[in-house]
Ligand binder design. Sequence first.
Ligand SMILES: [Zn+2]
Length: 155
Amino acid sequence: MRKVAVEAVDSFVSAADVFRPLSAALGTERVAVNYYELAPGDSFGFCYHRHHEQEEVFYVQSGTATFETESGLATVDAGELVRFAPGEFQRGTNRGPERVVALALGAPRVEDERVDLRRDCPECGERTGAKLAREDEVIVAECADCGAETGRFTR
Ligand SMILES: [Zn+2]
């Protein structure tokens, strides 16, 4: 058994105000566990994306998360959960006025999993493939087609 306090795990740079990856602290082997707090406008991930092997479940503890999905927008309120199958594109964002507190579970836990990333590129005028690069404590998103910077994230 291993017990962990969420507050005891460091937050890392992400698209969310608070992102605490709990898997390593808990020593999980088959499931990825991540804690998020989203300020208004924040997202769970840097990109609209899909995993090829991993299914993901989000439990919203407070606030309302809005997920962009292949079938349109889906709002997930406090006390609700949403599940995405492997291969389903999605990105959850806080479009409301309150903070979103949520827990994300992904299984199987895969190191270096192949993930399809998409972001809107103003240069290309459409949603294109995206690449992420880390520069110290900054994550930079670039268009995979034209190389334009489409996002910059700091702690
Ligand atoms: Zn582009």
